[in-house]
Design a protein around this ligand. Sequence first.
Ligand code: FAD
Ligand code: SIN
Length: 537
Amino acid sequence: MKTECFDVIIVGTGASGLTVALELAKSRSEQNTKIALISKGPILDGSTLYAQGGIAAVLDEDNDSIDFHVKDTINAGAGLCHEDSVNFTIEHSKAAIQWVIDKGVKFSKEEDNYHLTREGGHSQRRVIHADDATGKALSEGLVAQVKRHPDITLFEHHMAVDLIISPSSHSQKKEGQCIGIYLLNTQNNQVTEVPAKFTVLATGGASKVYLYTSNPDTSTGDGIAMAWRAGCRIANMEFNQFHPTCLFHPKAKSFLITEALRGEGAKLKLPDGTAFMHKFDEREELAPRDIVAQAIDYEMKRTGSDFVYLDITHKSPEFIIAHFPTIYKRCLTFGIDITSEPIPVVPAAHYTCGGIMTNLDAQTDIPNLYAIGETAFTGLHGANRMASNSLLECLVFGKAAADKIKSELTYYDCMPELPPWDDSRVTGSEEGVVITHNWDELRRFMWNYVGIVRKNKRLLLAKQRIRLLQREIDDYYRQYIINSDLIELRNLATVAELIIDSAMRRKESRGLHYTLDYPYKDDQTFLNDTILVPHNY
Ligand code: FAD
Ligand code: SIN
């Protein structure tokens, strides 16, 4: 089955997908652009919805500057940030925030000025926010605009399965360009071919590859896995960021406690009340995340404790409730009153710094295929993303992608024929347990063997396990009718292998990649990206 042809398919409805959709659909006086916007669940899902801290940007020009923000980003990135990408992103930060405000999103104010908070790695207050629920305000504001726009056709509960790449004999302008996607309707399990002149992957990160994560269920690395299978290079997958402070409670499914608490002076403490960050970094609680997460991991292992505490009780209850209403209310449901007692916290997988390689126009290695947001690797974050730079990246690169696509749209037509989805040789499965078992096993060994602190031996064990799982999953994929769980498991396994392979190559410790076998930085050999090249590149 085939749908009509779209000018642009956008896979993902987080900050990056919504931005590119609105920028493309912007002007009703220009020729209409037919856009398909796809989310595998409801439109309001994905990491963007859960973002707490805010968006970093140079807004207080009396005390801050582009140079300061650039310098802080590069410092956090531990030598691997691409300066062109850092400059490009931060130079566009003020305009990106103005664009969001113009779309009707309301940020917190103090008297007449926007309130700017601080997070780890930032030398200045520069994080604009909507209390402690910035992602909700941003998503709801942009979604309201998207729903009103007649050029955007929304496909909720639809999942991109794979990209369709033209065989060279069929290509119009260039060989092997992206000409659409296979799309699974997750409510009736039917797959449709969707043709498009341009495809944008805005599918978010891959932190679900780990057992404990701050991310929602959508973060299964689908875009990275699809792009890899189609022939794109993937970079720096060893740098998965672990957020230092997620709520530790048996019933709290990885609820994040924003770094902005530490920005307002909250202290990390051992269960006996002793502060410890001064032993690890002179910036203490406001050191970049890699340092804070590694310090917590070290102290938990040293003391045998399951958690550490984060204590903001030095602030008045009025201040805490006004600045962190979501966290206050959520913790209270678990019996923790953060105005009078410390919060038990643990690190959890949070952000995928690596991803699909793109240029500053968000173009990937495959013609007419773009990648933006957490699924992309633009070089901005280096070996460790600075807090609140990711929503900014979604906004800036979303606009850059839209500008480039608009400039090329008239040169392309839709492909008349797409290779049809072939499910003639598969049957229904009665072995669903294979999916649930492998899903659990994969996330557990990734946590234990490829987590915050790594070792050659554990990486080797993980590599052996992932090879076995890949074989089982491939067999299953070839024999049975697909569903969303199988697609996600297949993608998670691909991403897990990319992470393991990248981590095995980096024989040093840098940023988010810390290994006991090579505990120091080696600038002579490893001051470069880890680039994995697929066989069909
Ligand atoms: P997402 O927002 O994750 O959206 C991904 C979209 O892709 C979803 O719509 C999903 O349905 C869709 N999708 C995925 N796969 C498929 C598929 N196969 N088919 C169809 N659709 C698919 N960053 C900051 O800068 N500041 C913060 O304060 C901040 N706080 C955070 C707090 C939390 C709890 C988390 C988890 C992250 C936070 N981050 C923050 C990181 C930031 O939120 C994310 O990096 C960013 O929102 C990613 O946006 P995105 O558009 O790339 O992807
Ligand atoms: C947080 O609020 O601590 C998360 C910010 C981020 O991940 O950028």
